[in-house]
Design a protein around this ligand. Structure first.
Ligand code: CO
Length: 143
């Protein structure tokens, strides 16, 4: 139904991007790719890449930019840690429609803009074994 093509990234909630840079870059050896602000989620995200092949693994560190950011609420309730897993899909809009018809709870019923010019949507943890699940459609694959 989702037919995920792979794991796009793993999202990790943090209070401060700067505080974790040493671990990801120097200790883990990931490559820092930059910081981007995503107003639709009220977060600032730092991307790290692991591996140099065509399909690197990406980590997305999320720092809230407002107190009513969903990530701020997550940090309040659960503290820092793994926040979501994101899968690469194509035809996100149609996937969301099919999932809705199948009774899968969606946080986003239609795609919204995410980091890296991707279109994204979140599924509700109640329908995904308690793991917040993001679906990502990379740019250039719309339609
Ligand atoms: Co994400």
């Amino acid at each position: 139904m989702i037919e995920a093509r792979g794991v796009n990234h793993i999202g990790i909630a943090v209070r401060s991007l700067a505080a974790h840079r040493d671990f990801y870059e120097r200790v883990l050896g990931a490559i820092f790719e930059g910081v981007e602000e995503v107003p639709s989620q009220k977060v600032r995200v730092a991307f790290y890449r692991l591996g140099s092949g065509a399909d690197p693994i990406r980590l997305e560190l999320l720092e809230p930019t407002a107190e009513d950011s969903p990530v701020a609420r997550f940090l309040e309730k659960r503290g820092e840690g793994v926040h979501h897993i994101a899968y690469t899909v194509d035809d996100l809009e149609a996937r969301l429609r099919t999932l809705g018809e199948a009774g899968v709870r969606r946080i986003d019923e239609t795609p919204r803009p995410g980091a890296h010019d991707m279109r994204i949507a979140f599924l509700h943890p109640e329908s995904t074994g308690r793991v917040l699940t993001e679906l990502c459609e990379p740019p250039g694959e719309v339609g």
